[in-house]
Design a protein around this ligand. Structure first.
Ligand SMILES: [Fe+2]
Ligand SMILES: [Fe+2]
Length: 635
């Protein structure tokens, strides 16, 4: 059997018998190896001491000068059996020699005589062991280096690295861990990272979440939470950890790392605070702006109401007109918004448009601020700043006095003229009676005339032609005073008294109608905000009619916005139903609706709005709020 040994090994044979050495030389002759030989133990040890380093030594135990056991013992002082194996050659089977051989440090033994194969197999085995030992040494060396390196990394790592048992009790931690947590290494050997009493974590729920996640999922990555270090300072950390199963029965343990992310977190917090502060500033700005707008709006509202009140104060009779027109206009607009049937179902007023209509309604009669009070309030035909019926009354009293004086003058003249004429007393009495009768007739006629004038003054009903004739007849009557002739009624008085319907002369009517013009003129001066841009147009058109016969601009049809149509109807309806007009009785609800219906037929008002008012009974809601119960006859 051919035994092949590793190449280029060196073998040292030591035997004081040259024949034995020759046999060994013969055994090794086919191998590629260095064979060194010596016949003296001292010589062999010297060579080895000087640096000769064989891979294996074969020594015969029973040498004379110095035994193989001794040589072996001395060798072992320098080289261990792992590095330099020794095979002892023992003469015959002798147990005590075997024991001595092993005690002196031999690795193996052979009894003489031995075969070449036996020797080579033993040598091969030991050379392999040497080779393996070398490898193990190498690996061990590498392992040591790795561990050293790992130790370095572990110790000098920037992150805090830790290891705990399955309960969370700290087993191991590096310098950074102690630096971050602020604890002294080993300060508390029972330190439990995830425990609930001496836990690192400030937020209890975080601690539970971290530990549960590691146990359930086997790992957690980059969990950010706050810890309180030994100096009671709160710091932020990012924690990652894994659960490791030892597998060799050592059980589960946890390894992880923590980073101090306080600087980043504080930066983020500062950024959040800055954003929050910015947001709050914006909010405050918006709030201030809203407050400003609200204040401006309140000021505008108050201003509008004050002006409207001032206008109404000019008249003792139309108080509350504007307020009621506002109320009714808004009632109509809201109902239009609610309705989903009929011609107005698609009309919807936004909040701002309602606001616009409301402002227009408050301002619609502002032009009356320029209308003279006596025209605004003219409740009888002779009224100017005062009621001129008093002047006529005084005049008629004067005429009566003049008539009386005339009568007495005539009576006196009668008595003087007939004094010497022997006229009978009876005849004189007759004449006196006639004079008195004549005076009485004139007086009665005068009284009748005044009563007629007075009646005309206080009537706003339609005046027939016959009554105009009567007035003209009275106006043609004259009286004399201080040789000067005067009319019973002055020209201007006659003109006022002859007003066919109502109390206003054409001129006065034009003054009244001018208020709509003035409303436009005044409102045009006001810089309304954008959402109230149409106030002037809506307010200025409240006397316009759908057919174009209204005033001041004779607008018609589409020229009139729906808001101005609402305001026009509200204005008429309020004026018709107002219960405080001194010159006429308050009219009933049914009559007012009837008049509006006629106006609708005549295309004076918007038919759709009127129909909505009737169908949705807006008129009744309004009446319940503003009219006397005796007026409400239609519900
Ligand atoms: Fe008006
Ligand atoms: Fe009005």
């Amino acid at each position: 059997m051919e035994i092949s040994l590793p190449k280029n090994f060196s073998v040292f044979v030591l035997d004081d018998n040259s024949s034995n050495i020759s046999i060994l030389e013969h055994f090794f002759k086919d191998q590629t190896c260095n064979l060194w030989k010596s016949m003296s133990g001292i010589d062999a040890l010297n060579k080895i001491n000087k640096g000769l380093k064989p891979d294996i030594i074969i020594i015969r135990a029973a040498m004379d000068e110095i035994s193989g056991f001794e040589v072996c013992k001395t060798l072992r002082k320098k080289y261990s059996s792992n590095i330099l194996p020794v095979i002892l050659i023992i003469e015959k089977e002798n147990e005590s020699h075997i024991i001595s051989g092993f005690e002196s440090g031999a690795n193996d033994y052979l009894f003489m005589p031995f075969s070449k194969e036996e020797l080579l197999v033993r040598v091969k085995t030991h050379l392999n062991v040497i080779k393996l030992n070398k490898k193990i040494n190498q690996v061990n060396k590498q392992l040591l280096e790795s561990e050293k390196k790992y130790r370095g990394i572990f110790e000098h790592a920037f992150e805090g690295i830790f290891q705990t048992d399955d309960k969370g009790f700290l087993l191991n931690a590096n310098k950074s861990f102690w630096n971050i947590t602020g604890f002294k290494p080993g300060s508390n050997k029972k330190f439990n990272i995830f425990g609930d009493t001496d836990s690192l974590f400030i937020i209890k729920t975080d601690r539970i979440q971290i530990f549960d996640t590691i146990r359930n999922n086997g790992k957690i990555f980059g969990f950010e939470t706050k810890i309180r270090n030994e100096n009671n300072k709160n710091i932020w950390i990012s924690l990652s950890a894994i659960s490791i199963n030892g597998g060799d029965g050592s059980g589960t343990y946890y390894e992880g790392s923590i980073y101090d992310i306080t600087v980043r977190k504080e930066k983020e917090q500062a950024e959040r605070d800055r954003e929050l502060a910015e947001k709050r500033t914006e909010q405050l700005k918006a709030e201030m702006h809203a407050r400003q707008v609200k204040t401006q709006k309140e000021l505008l509202d108050a201003f509008i109401k004050t002006i409207a009140t001032a206008v109404e104060e000019k008249s003792a009779y139309t108080g509350g007109h504007v307020r009621r027109v506002v109320e009714l206009s808004i009632m109509i607009a809201n109902k239009i918004n609610e309705t989903d049937t009929g011609a107005l179902k698609d009309v919807y007023f936004k909040e701002e448009e309602i606001e616009e209509l409301k402002t227009a309604a408050w301002m619609h009669d502002i032009g009356k601020i320029t209308t003279p009070e006596h025209v605004v309030d003219k409740s009888n035909k002779l009224q100017t700043v005062w009621d001129r019926i008093e002047k006529i009354h005084t005049r008629f009293q004067l005429i009566e006095t003049l008539m009386e004086i005339d009568y007495f003058n005539k009576l006196e003249k009668l008595l003087i003229d007939n004094k010497d004429n022997n006229i009978s007393d009876h005849a004189i009495q007759n004449k006196k009676d006639n004079l008195k009768k004549e005076f009485q007739i004139k007086k009665d006629e005068l009284k009748e005339d005044f009563e007629f004038i007075s009646k005309c003054n206080y009537s706003s009903e339609y005046m027939p032609e016959k009554e105009i004739d009567t007035l003209l007849k009275i106006a043609s009557k004259k009286f004399k005073m201080n040789s000067k002739s005067y009319s019973y009624i002055e020209e201007d008085e006659l003109m006022n008294l002859c007003v066919r319907k109502g109390t206003l002369t054409n001129y006065e009517r034009s003054i009244i109608e001018n208020h709509a013009n003035m409303t436009i003129k005044i409102l045009n001066q006001l810089p309304f905000p954008k959402h109230l841009a149409k106030v002037t147009e809506i307010a200025g058109a409240h006397h316009e009619k759908i057919d174009g016969s209204g005033y001041p601009n004779k607008l018609s049809g589409n020229q009139l916005s729906i808001q101005s149509r609402i305001l026009a109807i509200a204005d008429i309806f309020e004026a018709l139903t107002a219960k405080d007009r001194p010159y006429r009785k308050p009219i009933k609800l049914s009559e007012a609706l009837h008049i509006l219906d006629i106006m609708k037929q005549n295309r004076h008002i918007d038919p759709d709005i009127f129909d909505l008012m009737v169908n949705e009974k807006i008129y009744l809601d309004y009446a319940k709020l503003e009219l006397g119960t005796d007026q409400i006859d239609n519900n």
